[in-house]
Write a protein that binds this ligand. Structure first.
Ligand code: NAP
Length: 491
């Protein structure tokens, strides 16, 4: 059944929640990727329930926007405390819903606490008025919240992606509506509970258990003023075009095919160890995982030998076990997509040095895989590969390394290993990416901006750039009481 709900009059003028599925409850489910067991299913919100939540968000914003920073800070610090105190409980929910190793899930909960504390402390200075000298008696820039912001989020860092949006948004005085990925509903509900238990008013952060088909109606609703999406390119295009028609601000954090370049002067031991970690972090399902390893010809053979041996040595298994390096992929579909990409690469001439197939056991397990001899003219060479599959490329010199690195529609992160200062500068200047990490792996940090260029999206999260995405940057100009002339012929 397809229906459109129209409301006449009332506070919100028009709420078209189009094409909510006939049986949406099956789509929102926790399924343990290690076993395939369905842990819990959830019924998607009805159009009426969505309407109530949107209205609550709009009503809450009217008062919440006026809460003093000191009060928001107190609540945000409480959220951080809850995350730290209950990190094992939250980590278990993450691991059983999407398969990341438990130890990584614990670190994720800790990092969420960090971003809460970071914005609790820094939001007042990031959003303080900025005085600008002009011909006015006084002129300054004043930052104000925008209103209810819709956050469409992915499952791969099911807490971190949400907190890095929610902490700055709430500190800025906005309110959040979370549409989380349909396979992590328990994470979504736990996050809502954290903010509630921290003292934030009920309407300041709400989880909407809905499928992606309900997003359009919500974005079209005048009470929702902006959206942020972290996810795939198709989802980003869809959300941005709907929001664009409504002239609503969006931030997009999309996919990546990050290069990891190793030059002859690099510390090879460290580069190889970091390369394996950078490819297999989060079972290989990270937007900023290194996906293409571009190695200088002089050291290529040695890098290939050491890297392959380390990939073979990784322990795949139950993500709840401390010794596990790689757990299952989040869904059977991801395993199938990954396997298809490997087969496509092999069909176009690539060789598999290790791995290359699903594991013959219950759960969504895929062998850590190394591909070489990849034709740089084939689409798979620059696609996002979301799983523990590494592609190795040989580069004759730095210019060729940069050319291969930039030969992708994506531009999220990039890493380059070299101890030559001139090469470092060339990488920083010429890599087409939102970040360049020299002699390290790409990682997010609340103090540094995070985001991409090209098809990896636009806008930034984290640092002062992130908190200023969803604010009205208001110019205030106050003339002298005896008149200041600011007439101008231009706009
Ligand atoms: P996804 O399929 O795009 O889903 C992400 C979110 O978007 C989910 O909540 C999903 O809901 C929703 N969605 C999907 N299609 C939509 C549509 N047409 N309209 C509105 N909402 C839609 O991505 P994913 O598989 O969960 O996550 C993996 C992708 O995210 C990768 O490409 C990865 O690189 C990217 N990612 C990027 C970053 C970054 O910071 N740049 C960080 C992490 C992940 P349903 O689950 O209900 O379909």
């Amino acid at each position: 059944m397809i229906f459109t709900q129209r409301r006449k009059g009332g506070k919100g003028a028009f709420a078209p929640f189009a094409c909510l599925r006939e049986n949406p409850c099956m789509a929102i489910a926790s399924i343990n990727p290690s076993t395939g067991e369905t842990l819990k299913t959830f019924e998607a919100l009805s159009a009426q329930q969505i309407e109530e939540k949107l209205q609550l968000a709009a009503d809450t914003f009217r008062t919440y926007r006026g809460t003093p920073f000191a009060e928001r800070t107190r609540m945000m610090i409480r959220a951080a405390d809850i995350l730290e105190t209950r990190k094992h409980e939250f980590a278990t929910i993450m691991t059983t819903e999407m398969g990341k190793p438990l130890k990584a899930a614990v670190s994720e909960a800790e990092k969420c606490a960090w971003v809460c504390r970071y914005y609790a402390e820094t939001a007042p200075q990031h959003l303080a008025d900025e005085v600008v000298e002009t011909n006015a008696r006084k002129s300054y820039v004043h930052f104000q919240p925008l209103g209810p912001v819709l956050a469409v989020m992915p499952w791969n860092f099911p807490f971190w992606q949400v907190f890095r949006f929610a902490a700055p948004a709430l500190m800025a005085g906005n309110v959040g509506l979370l549409k989380h990925a349909s396979n992590v509903p328990q994470c979504a509900l736990a996050i809502e509970e954290i903010f509630r238990d921290a003292g934030f008013p009920a309407g300041s952060f709400q989880t909407l258990l809905i499928g992606s088909d309900a997003v359009e109606g919500i974005l079209n609703d005048p009470r929702v003023v902006a959206a942020t999406l972290t996810g795939s390119e198709p989802a980003g295009r869809s959300v941005a075009s709907i929001a664009g028609k409504q002239i609503k601000k969006t931030v997009l954090e999309l996919g990546g095919s990050d290069p990891f370049i190793v030059m002859a002067s690099a510390n090879l031991d460290e580069a190889v160890t970091t390369a394996v970690k950078a490819r297999t972090i989060n079972n290989g399902q990270s937007c900023i995982a290194a996906k293409r390893f571009i190695v200088a010809a002089e050291i290529y053979d040695e890098f290939e030998r050491r890297f392959t041996s380390k990939m073979q040595a990784l322990k795949i298994g139950d993500p709840m076990e401390e010794s596990t390096d790689i757990g299952p992929l989040a869904t059977p579909q991801i395993v199938n997509d990954l396997d298809e990409q490997v087969k496509k690469a092999v069909a176009s001439g690539a060789r598999v040095l290790t791995g290359g197939k699903k594991l013959n056991r219950p759960g969504n397990f895929y062998e850590p895989t190394v591909l070489v001899d990849i034709d740089v003219n084939t689409p798979v060479s620059c696609e996002e590969i979301f799983g523990p599959v590494a592609m190795l490329f040989r580069a004759a010199n730095i210019n060729e390394a940069i050319q291969i690195a930039n030969a992708t529609p994506f531009g999220l992160g990039s890493a380059a290993w070299t101890n030559d200062a001139k090469e470092q500068t060339q990488f920083i200047e010429e890599l087409e990416a939102g970040s360049v990490f020299i002699n390290g792996m790409v990682a997010s940090d609340p103090r540094l901006p995070f985001g991409g260029v090209k098809s990896s999206g636009y806008g930034r999260e984290l640092a002062e750039f992130g908190i200023r995405e969803f604010v009205n940057i208001k110019t205030v100009w106050i003339g002298a009481t005896d008149h200041t002339d600011n007439t101008d012929d231009t706009e």
